[in-house]
Design a protein around this ligand. Structure first.
Ligand code: SF4
Length: 410
């Protein structure tokens, strides 16, 4: 299988998106963030590719302006009419100005160009063999920039246009950068991991965060990619669903109108499986009943308290009505001294048998653990039981644009 780090990440964030993008190869218009990021990257490429005759700041801004998609082209350029995400004039202006600001600051910081660029938008391919299956897969990628430093070592620079900057701890464990360092070592095998500096350049904040490559993170990325590929292949072979995982990322996902987690907002379907008056009526009724269920639970609790108080006062353990009997029972939950129990059970090899991982507690502490431990824990997961459940949310969801409907062939 041929893949890339970003495809692997897409799968882990949302298998459904991976299926649309990588397997069904459905093209959707890029989000404005993606258009912005791509153009900033190509402008930086323009800035450096003429080394040593670097362009003036005016030339750089002119390049950015020339390649900026005008509103009409952008809104017409959608691969599929149904998936248009129109860009309002004021948004376009804000993005453009943000880009000019970023480029100006970056340019001023780079003068007088005393660095040594070895390659730009450098492509690499890595062959990874899965020892369990003997299959070889290819992980491909593009490195934004490679510099040679004064001490003879190399620096990989990846530009970021987003807001969020990672902690040093997660940067030290960054698998994408580790994959890039493997790509560089494949090109020049004499390079040791410690000869490669790995940097993320946050253009919005004018901040460069760096770490060095490590052999163990390189091993981790290989394992991570192979494990995810095995997961994808297993899912495909078993005919399992690539389920959608709704998250904040949906706001930038062009597959929303065809995604099972959102499609209903765009296209109301009728089905004999629902009440005769259709999905809207069934959904409305469901909400009504859920509300009544909640109200009933409150009323049941009030009655329970009144009945308990009555039985206590009258010293009754059972009371009778025309529909049945209500019994009062003392229920006790015990807390054990686990240290003492451990001493008692260990000689019988029974201690392990009573230890059970508690998923809720595990989830709670997960956030406090370093990223590599979190990843290692996640790798041990397996599905123990599978079932579907309905959950409800009363959070308002923004309705799609009037013209954003899904065609019948979806
Ligand atoms: S809209 Fe959200 S849930 Fe659906 S494919 Fe895109 S990212 Fe996944």
């Amino acid at each position: 299988m041929r893949t890339s780090y970003s495809a692997i990440q897409t799968y882990l964030q949302c298998p459904q998106r991976y299926e649309f993008q990588e397997m069904q190869k459905i093209r959707v218009p890029k989000s404005r963030e993606a258009i912005f990021g791509t153009l900033i990257h190509s402008t930086l490429h323009f800035m450096f590719k003429q080394d040593p005759l670097f362009p003036t700041l005016e030339e750089v801004i002119a390049y950015f302006r020339e390649h900026w998609p005008d509103l009409e082209t952008f809104n017409k350029d959608a691969a599929h009419d149904a998936l248009k995400q129109p860009w309002a004039e004021e948004d376009e202006k804000a993005y453009f100005e943000q880009g000019v600001k970023m480029l100006k600051r970056f340019y001023e910081k780079n003068v007088p160009w005393n660095f040594h660029i070895v390659d730009l938008e450098s492509r690499f391919e890595l062959a990874l063999t899965d020892e369990k299956t003997g299959e070889t897969h290819v992980a491909a990628g593009i490195i934004d920039r490679i510099d040679k430093l004064d001490d003879g070592t190399y620096e990989i620079i990846d530009y970021k246009t987003g807001k969020r900057m990672p902690s040093q701890d997660s940067l030290d464990q960054d698998l994408q950068l580790s994959l890039y360092s493997l790509g560089l070592q494949k090109r020049w095998p004499h390079l040791k991991p410690e000869d490669i500096k790995l940097s993320l350049y946050f253009l919005r904040h004018e901040e460069k965060l760096s770490t060095v490559a490590h052999q163990d993170t390189a091993e981790k990325i290989k394992k991570h990619i192979l494990k995810t590929i095995a997961d994808i292949q297993e899912r495909t072979k078993a005919g399992k669903e690539f389920e959608p995982i709704p998250s904040a990322l949906c706001n930038w996902c062009g597959y929303r109108p065809m995604c099972p987690a959102w499609r209903h907002l765009y296209k109301k379907e009728t089905s004999p499986l629902l009440a005769a008056d259709g999905a809207d009526a069934a959904i409305e009724k469901y909400f009504e009943l859920k509300k009544a269920e909640k109200q009933l639970a409150v009323e049941v609790k009030i009655l329970q308290d009144q009945i308990k108080a009555y039985m206590d006062q009258e010293h009754l353990t059972r009371i009778f009505g025309k529909d049945g009997t209500i019994s009062k029972k003392l229920i006790q939950r015990y807390a054990y001294d686990l240290e003492k129990i451990k001493e008692l059970l260990l000689p019988f090899n029974k201690w392990e048998a009573i230890l059970k991982a508690d998923e809720t507690k595990l989830k709670k502490i997960l956030k406090e653990l370093p990223e590599h431990i979190r990843n290692a824990i996640m790798e041990t997961r397996r599905v123990a039981r599978e079932y579907t459940a309905l959950s409800v949310s009363t959070k308002p969801i923004e309705k799609p644009q009037e013209n954003a409907t899904v065609p019948d062939n979806f």
